[in-house]
Design a protein around this ligand. Structure first.
Ligand code: ZLS
Ligand code: CA
Ligand code: ZN
Length: 393
């Protein structure tokens, strides 16, 4: 309908597992797997599927999960019965193993399958990049950046990103990991803190004590020891509430532009957590779909292969719009879609009829007060540029 055709000269693949959607973290839990189906529907509604290779992904095997996670942890994740949940509530003192079964990382029916599906999508995407069948591979079901090798954390049980990057490292010398989720990408940063073959860079809201996970300060650049090749290969961009498209875009381009110059990555892994959008249930920023998508657009200008993962995102209709828009960036039809997506959403008609608001060009809702001064943002850029003096490809 919108005349969406394949991009010229490169291939984009979309990796999706429809069986993730029926999984539930619990009624009140902010993580809603149906946002993945919502995204896929929007992508298909615009005909974008005709411009990509579409794969229904397989589940990751135990051995594949074991490439990062310990057997102890995986065995417990596999066996832990959700039936134990009521007992936990009766006995709040009962120890929670591997941080499983609390309110952030509940045990639910089919948990292990759900995790294997998420990791399977990301791993399939990485393999397509490795064997050059794809130049941009999209896995919105992945992006679960907090999981540690023996611990669940912040809605994340299996770190599909780490597993996918380990796959990329088999075929490429250097991987640049970029994380635009509103939370710090601590699990990925930690997993690669002793190698100079992966440089991680997270942009996030930073307020230790009050905002999860509390790590990722400006001076956190990886363990600084003489013998650690990974020193200086963690870059963190700590931000305050209310940052705008304009500020974020400037920051992103100067930080990532410089990293690209110094580190010379062979491939990019971009975590597109959509909780950095305005109006997110957990987030604090004021990014619009266009500003969020501009990050993917800028990364694409480097002309190297790229995986795009999902991640956070707790206002499902906005998550779907952002990831559908970013899919359009990948296949180079964002100019066409740009005009359509922001205004033409399945909810527009309803909202207009109800006269709730006349246009969906902007994510509506009370914008948050912007607590990011130009001076502070300039200091951040300065610090990052200084850090990068120690990084050489
Ligand atoms: O990056 O802030 C925390 C930890 C707590 C406070 C909340 N309580 C429930 C547990 C202890 C210190 N956790 C964060 C985790 C954020 C994870 C982001 C993941 C990602 O986007 C990648 C996917 C947090 N923030 C908000 C909540 N948890 C939260 C909000 C509402 C609820 C409902 C379900 C559960 C309990 C009530 C819950 C958690
Ligand atoms: Ca982040
Ligand atoms: Zn997040």
């Amino acid at each position: 309908e919108y005349n969406i055709t394949r991009p010229k000269g490169y291939t984009v693949s979309y990796h999706f597992n429809p069986d993730m959607e029926p999984h539930h973290f619990g009624l009140t839990h902010p993580m809603k797997p149906f946002r993945l189906t919502l995204t896929k529907s929007l992508v298909t509604a615009y005909g974008m599927n005709f411009a990509m290779d579409n794969y229904n992904t397989r589940i990751a095997t135990y051995e594949e999960l074991n490439s990062f996670h310990t057997s102890d942890y995986l065995d417990y994740l596999h066996m832990a019965p959700p039936e134990e949940m009521p007992r936990d509530i009766d006995n709040p003192d009962k120890e929670v193993k591997f941080n499983l079964g609390g309110s952030d990382c509940p045990l639910f029916h089919g948990l292990y399958d759900y995790c294997s599906m998420s990791a399977g999508s990301s791993l399939d995407a990485a393999r397509k990049i490795c064997n050059k069948q794809s130049d941009i591979a999209i896995a919105w079901g992945g992006g679960l950046h907090h999981a540690k090798k023996s611990e669940a954390s912040g809605f994340c049980y299996i770190n599909d990103i780490v597993i996918a990057i380990l796959q990329l490292l088999r075929c490429y010398p250097r991987v640049l990991y970029i994380d635009i989720d509103v939370h710090h990408g601590d699990g990925v940063e930690e997993a690669f803190h002793s190698t100079d073959r992966v440089l991680t860079c997270s942009f996030h809201k930073f307020a230790p004590e009050v905002f999860f996970p509390g790590t990722g300060g400006l001076d956190d650049n990886g363990p600084k020891s003489e013998h650690n090749p990974g020193a200086h290969h963690a870059i963190n961009v700590p931000l305050n509430d209310g940052i705008t498209d304009e500020q974020y875009g400037h920051l992103f381009q100067s930080v990532i532009g410089k990293i690209n110059e110094k580190f010379r990555p062979s491939v990019i892994a971009l975590q597109c957590g959509a909780d950095s959008l305005a109006g997110d249930r957990l987030g604090r920023f004021n990014l619009q779909v266009q500003g969020h998508g501009a990050c993917a657009k800028f990364c694409k200008t480097f002309g190297i292969p790229m995986i795009m993962f999902g991640g956070g995102g707790y206002t499902p209709r906005n998550v779907a719009r952002a990831w559908a828009y970013e899919t359009s960036v990948a296949i180079d039809v964002d100019e066409k879609i740009n005009k359509i997506i922001p205004e033409h959403t399945p909810w527009r008609k309803h909202f207009v009829q109800e006269e709730l608001f006349p246009s969906l060009e902007q994510i509506l809702g009370e914008p948050r007060a912007n607590r990011n001064s130009q001076k502070r943002l300039q200091e951040i850029i300065q610090h990052v540029h200084e850090q990068l003096r120690f990084v050489n490809a």
